[in-house]
Design a protein around this ligand. Structure first.
Ligand code: HEC
Length: 146
């Protein structure tokens, strides 16, 4: 009996220990901090989104964000940075509802989708997981949030 209680106690401690560790939220980095290396910034900013922000295109971008492109797993279904897979990440995924992000260019966001952000959970998505055209549509959705 005593042994059983000990096993139960250990199981509880390790279960809650692990869930506490996993729920410790990482901090979001400064939304205005540059995510493109200095020497590539000028070129990155030149990119213009070839897709027009029509309601139909924004809806396509949203469907990709919330589906096949898997962005929602970290950035959250509504882009608030609260996705399940992002909960343990430090830095935390970007919340796209921050109005400060209006100051960033489409080109900077596109650079990140193509190259990722070194040392973070943000990996490279295009081309590969999604096409550049799909990334451009997703950007229209992201832009509609802030
Ligand atoms: C595995 C988790 C994860 C997934 C999936 C993910 N991201 Fe991210 N993303 C992050 C994290 C973490 C950051 C913040 C990194 C930082 O602050 O340095 C980030 C940052 C970004 C930024 C930078 C915003 C800025 O401030 O410049 C953009 C843009 C972005 N993600 C777009 C996307 C898109 C589009 C997708 C889907 C194709 C996606 N992410 C999928 C984790 C993820």
């Amino acid at each position: 009996m005593k042994f059983r209680k000990l096993v139960l106690a250990l199981a509880l401690v390790s279960f809650f220990g692990v869930s506490i560790a996993q729920s410790a939220p990482g901090k979001e980095t400064d939304p205005l901090g540059p995510k493109v290396p200095e020497d590539e910034m000028e070129e990155a900013k030149e990119w213009k989104n070839p897709m027009k922000p029509t309601p139909a295109n924004i809806a396509k971008g949203k469907a990709l964000f919330q589906g096949k492109a898997t962005c929602f797993t970290c950035h959250g279904n509504e882009g608030k940075g609260d996705g399940v897979a992002g909960a343990a990440l430090d830095p935390a995924p970007r919340n796209f509802h921050n109005p400060g992000l209006k100051k960033k260019t489409d080109g900077e966001f596109m650079y990140v989708i193509k190259n990722g952000i070194e040392g973070t959970g943000m990996i490279s998505y295009a081309p590969g997981i999604i096409t550049e055209e799909e990334a451009a549509l997703i950007l229209l959705y992201e832009r509609s949030l802030h």
